[in-house]
Every structure is written in structure tokens, then in C-alpha cells.
Ligand binder design. Structure first.
Ligand code: 6PG
Length: 259
């Protein structure tokens, strides 16, 4: 079904820290497989007191995943045991076609039985700096803590064709090292204002899952996979769970150089 390459199996005292690359025959098969894996991760924690904390990215890549989750896991998963957050948001109202929350609401949230109290949207319609501060508080109050940082069970990421992830764009490395939980950003091309999780918080997650598809991203994926020095200009190259699993889920186009 998929080719799995385990990298970074580190020494025994951090055995669980690893980076995995999986290449699937198609983005559809990838979405089906990861939806099942995510559902199983949530079900596994059902007996735990703390809800499963899931931070979602937007863009076009997660569309298939959200559709599979809504179609096949609306009943299999007890969504009342899940808290949903966003990795980033465009600074637009929720009804705007650009809204990551709006897209997730349409494709997933309206089709699963999740209490509204478990859905923590970034308020794209509000002033970015104050929203980044507000949302930082929301995250701090609704997630577990580890290493004095919010500790998400899973953070789902995409990667842009410029190697950005979340709304951490090339040239904005300060967001990778910021002490803030959330900060503001500007899309370099469209100048669209964004609110985003910062790199430290993403890297503190128990599981970081990149979903990357399409030919256009294959060269950057390969540079990150082979740890080329030049890859450090890409924010996605700096994302790796500090103590958990980082998994790159690729279709054959994006993963065509992965041996
Ligand atoms: C966003 C996302 C962003 C996205 C990448 C990839 O708000 O756009 O959070 O980080 O994951 O830009 O976007 P595509 O999935 O559309 O290629």
C-alpha cells in the first residue's frame, strides 16, 4: 500500500522520536489510510481523561482527508473526546471562501457530532495581533502542557510550493523560534494577514503529520528528506517533533525522489 522509510531512529533514550516518510500510490489512498490512522489514534485515547487535541491546517490538501473522516468516521469516532484547533488562519471572516475554519466546517465539522465547545476557531475577522494573543490563551487553557509548552496530540500540516508550513513563510524564521504560542504573519505574495502557531509549539506535539501531494513539491520534499543544507531556507525543514513522531505522508508525485 505505501512505502515506508523510517529515518532518525535515535538511540534508546529517545526511541520514540523518529521521522517517517510514507509514499502512497495516490492522494486518495493517502487520505483513506491517514483518516484510519488518525481515527485509531483518537479511539486509543478514549479512556484517557484528557481529550485528544488536534490542530488542523487549511489549504487544499486536507480536503480529501476531511471528506473521508466525515464519510467513514463520523460514527466510529467519539468526537466529544476531541478538541479541534487550527494551525493557522487567514485573517478573513469565517464565511469567506479563504477561511480555513469555513472549509473545515463545510467538509467535516457539519458532518460529525462534535460539541461546539470542542471547536476552537481562530477568529479571522478580528484584529490579527489581538487574536494571536487571545488564541494563545485559548490553546494554553485547553491543551496539556509538556516542556512548558502546549502539547497537542496531533498537528496536521501541509507544505506550500515555497516550503512554508502553517503560516511560517521563508524569510520569517523568527516564527520558528518565537516564545509565543501564536503570532501573526503576512503571506509574502498576496500580503494576506495570517494568525499562526509558532514552530516551537508545533515541534512540541506528540505527533506531527505532513500531508504533501503533487509534483510541484517533490524537489523540496527530497531536499528535506536528504537533509540538504540548502533546505534550511524552507520553514518546513525546521519542523520535527522534539520527542514524538514526525510523519511525512506523500503521494507518488510529491515523493517521487524518495528512495
Ligand atoms: C494555509 C495552510 C498552509 C497550507 C499550505 C499548503 O492556511 O494555507 O495552513 O500552511 O498547508 O499552504 O497548501 P495546499 O494544501 O493548498 O497546497
Amino acid at each position: 500500500m505505501a512505502t515506508t522509510v523510517n529515518c532518525d531512529m535515535l538511540n534508546e533514550n529517545v526511541m520514540e522520536k523518529q521521522t517517517i516518510y510514507r509514499v502512497y500510490p495516490s492522494k486518495e489512498i493517502l487520505a483513506e489510510a491517514f483518516a484510519g490512522e488518525l481515527a485509531r489514534s483518537i479511539i486509543k485515547t478514549a479512556g484517557r481523561k484528557a481529550p485528544f487535541t488536534l490542530a488542523l491546517s487549511g489549504g487544499s490538501t486536507p480536503v480529501l482527508l476531511f471528506e473521508v473522516l466525515a464519510e467513514k468516521y463520523s460514527k466510529a469516532v467519539d468526537w466529544s473526546k476531541v478538541k479541534i484547533f487550527w494551525v493557522d488562519e487567514r485573517c478573513v471572516p469565517p464565511e469567506d471562501p479563504e477561511s480555513n475554519y469555513g472549509m473545515t466546517r463545510r467538509l467535516l465539522l457539519d458532518k460529525i457530532n462534535i460539541p461546539s465547545a470542542n471547536v476552537f476557531r481562530m477568529r479571522g475577522e478580528d484584529e490579527p495581533l489581538s487574536e494571536a494573543a487571545r488564541y494563545s490563551e485559548v490553546i494554553a487553557s485547553n491543551t496539556r502542557t509538556r516542556n512548558n509548552l502546549p502539547y497537542f496530540d496531533t498537528v496536521l500540516l501541509g507544505m506550500g510550493e515555497d516550503g512554508h508550513t502553517a503560516s511560517i513563510f521563508p524569510g520569517n524564521a523568527k516564527l520558528l523560534h518565537s516564545r509565543k504560542i501564536c503570532d501573526t504573519a503576512l503571506h509574502p505574495a498576496t500580503k494576506q494577514k495570517r494568525v499562526t502557531l509558532t514552530g516551537k509549539v508545533i515541534n512540541n506535539a506528540k505527533s506531527v503529520a505532513f500531508i504533501v501531494t503533487g509534483n510541484a513539491k517533490s524537489v523540496i520534499v527530497d531536499m528535506i528528506y536528504t537533509r540538504k543544507g540548502a533546505a534550511k531556507i524552507y520553514p518546513a525543514a525546521h519542523i520535527r517533533s522534539v520527542s514524538g513522531v514526525t510523519i511525512w505522508l506523500l503521494d507518488e508525485d510529491a515523493g517521487k525522489f524518495i528512495k
